[in-house]
Ligand binder design. Structure first.
Ligand code: C2E
Ligand code: MG
Ligand code: MG
Length: 553
């Protein structure tokens, strides 16, 4: 990795010098130390650092948060905040600027280093495919558009979505799904003569910027080739797997000369291809843009799903490294869609959140999981803790904490057997509500785990300020951990930090022996992932529990 350049914005000279010395000794280059928001923006304009460390409280016209917002929106440079103390209002403003990290002073050198590493990594690359992510795509697309401005050529922005990837995930498993995604990424990256850049946007969605072409038909021809390339058989574990893609194309300058607008238009065209059955490309037309009936139908289905009992809770075993035994289960909701089959929560949870349906859905999952766990206990199965995911949006409900205790009372489950999984982002959104809820839950005996640790605001100072029990290292850091030095370094740092704070560490998404061996060696406490088992329907999970299986770790 090249040497990363960092700008320090900090109005206390001694602290700034200290940070600078630390960073230099850690191998970073400092583009400057400045004392105000105005100077920060000027310095960024001039030196384009890779990351900015920003004190929240600065003297002068422009405070840290305003400067950070400008740096993010104008330059797309990640900002990590530094602050000694922040009130609720400040935290809300901080959160609105989508920070890449948040460090509370005073802090330790290794926390600073880890926070910066996480921020830089998250900023530019997709962890699964290693392709550039949306942020790097936008930056490079804008450069391409700028360069082509005066020339007569056409720039084509292509979005590509794999058809029916959910089917692959639910029938062959997520690991095969991920393999397919990586394979497609590799095929697209290797097709250099026509493609300028490939990025991964969402789950099974890619964006491609084509090399300039003279006419629209040339772009159509390339799109056809890309469809063929994707459709070629893949050999997965000895058998052939086929996928197709839906493609949308928008052209500069005809459809727009703005990068974001071009992407949006390509998306619209891509949805159109999907609706026509997939394995197709479509150019953007204004008419297609009006055709968003599809989303509406989906929302209606989701609204009715709870009434029609289309949801089901699956259970993914969590294994304690020390004993090799199942110590808990993560409850993961599934939607058995009458037409589409099993839909993954990655798809419908965001929709449920947007539609205000997450509260009733979340309560239903909690109640189902608690009732089931109690039933297993009554049956005399080995003791078990159940982990339930909670969405940030559920905190908007006023009586959330009461509902949780009510459900525990009704289902008669010992609160010690319940763990609630929350993500980092949630805390910054409403610190007071989060603190209150956590305190109350922990007093009742409920465990609190921070989910997807490292992918959110990466505030390594949370555990100091909030009462948690466990950290779950996100699966993107576990991937190839035995070979990927960056992932390895981050994971080891998280484990050490968590242990120094007396927290349990759970690694999620463990897929193979090498990953497992690494985690055992570095003293991780608990693990879950496809290596042991994917999430199972309740009956299958009960059978596994009954077998009282003990893994040799
Ligand atoms: P999460 O809480 O981080 O859950 C872990 C996800 O990783 C699950 O996906 C799980 O099936 C998957 N996974 C487990 N082992 C492996 C592995 O070895 N490799 C890979 N590649 N993946 C693995 P799932 O079930 O699709 O859930 C996705 C996300 O949806 C969850 O992420 C969670 O954020 C959310 N979710 C699921 N159920 C609920 C729920 O009841 N309420 C809320 N609010 N969110 C939920
Ligand atoms: Mg979870
Ligand atoms: Mg997770």
């Amino acid at each position: 990795m090249s040497i990363r350049k960092i700008l320090i914005v900090e109005d206390e000279g001694i602290i700034a010098e200290d940070i600078s010395d630390s960073l230099i000794s850690l191998g970073y280059r400092i583009t400057g130390i400045v004392y105000s928001g105005e100077e920060a923006i000027q310095s960024v304009t001039e030196f384009r650092p890779d990351l900015v460390l920003m004190d929240v409280n600065l003297q002068g016209e422009i405070d840290g948060i305003t400067a950070a917002e400008e740096i993010r929106s104008r330059f797309q440079i990640p900002v990590v905040y530094l602050t000694a103390y922040a009130d609720e209002n400040t935290l809300r403003r901080v959160n609105a600027t989508q920070p890449f990290g948040y460090i509370v002073k005073p802090f330790e050198e290794k926390n600073l280093h880890t926070t910066i590493q996480l921020a830089l990594h998250r900023h530019e690359y997709d962890s699964l495919t290693n392709l550039p992510n949306r942020s790097l795509l936008r930056e490079q697309l804008n450069q391409v558009l700028e360069k082509q401005k005066e020339l007569p050529a056409i720039i084509s922005v292509v979005t590509l979505s794999l058809d029916r990837i959910n089917r692959i995930n639910s029938t062959l498993g997520h690991d095969i799904g991920d393999f397919v995604l990586c394979k497609v990424a590799e095929r697209l990256s290797n097709c250099q003569e026509n493609i300028n850049m490939v990025a991964r946007l969402e789950a099974a969605e890619f964006a491609i910027v084509l090399e300039p072409v003279a006419k629209k038909q040339d772009a159509a021809k390339i799109a056809r080739n890309i469809l063929d390339l994707v459709a070629q058989a893949m050999i997965v574990k000895g058998s052939e797997v086929y996928v197709t893609a839906s493609i949308g194309i928008s052209l500069s300058p005809d459809d727009s000369s703005d990068g974001d607008e071009l992407l949006k238009n390509a998306y619209t065209a891509m949805y159109n291809s999907q609706e026509k059955g997939g394995n197709k490309y479509q150019f953007y037309t204004a008419k297609a843009a009006n055709n968003s009936i599809n989303k509406f139908t989906q929302e209606t289905c989701l609204r009715n799903a709870l009434k029609r009992s289309e949801f089901e809770v699956y259970y993914e075993p969590q294994i304690e490294i020390k004993t090799g035994k199942i110590i808990g289960a993560e409850a993961l909701v599934r939607w058995n869609h009458p037409k589409r089959g099993r839909v993954s929560p990655g798809e419908f949870i965001p929709m449920a959140e947007e539609m205000g349906l997450i509260a009733p859905l979340g309560e239903w999952v909690l109640e189902t999981a608690c009732r089931q766990t109690k039933a297993w206990q009554t049956e005399g199965l080995p003791p078990l803790r159940v982990a339930v995911n909670m969405s940030a949006r559920q905190f908007e409900e006023k009586n959330l904490t009461e509902r949780v205790s009510q459900i525990l009372r009704e289902t008669n489950l010992d609160p010690k057997c319940l763990e609630l999984e929350l993500t980092e982002g949630l805390i910054l959104q409403d610190e007071t509500a989060a603190t209150q809820a956590f305190t109350m839950w922990r007093e009742m005996g409920i465990r609190i785990a921070i989910d997807d640790f490292g992918t959110g605001y990466s505030s390594l100072s949370y555990p100091k300020r909030f009462a948690f029990d466990a950290l779950k290292i996100d699966k993107s850091f576990i991937r190839d951990i035995a070979d990927d030095r960056q992932n390895a370094a981050i994971t080891v740092a998280i484990i050490q930090m968590a242990h120094s704070m007396n927290l349990t560490v759970i690694a999620e998404g463990v897929e193979n022996e090498a990953e497992l061996a690494f985690l055992c060696k570095h003293d991780c406490d608990e693990i879950q992932g496809y290596f042991f088992s994917q999430a199972l329907p309740s009956a299958e999970f009960a059978a596994l529990l009954k077998s009282d299986k003990c893994w040799k770790l």
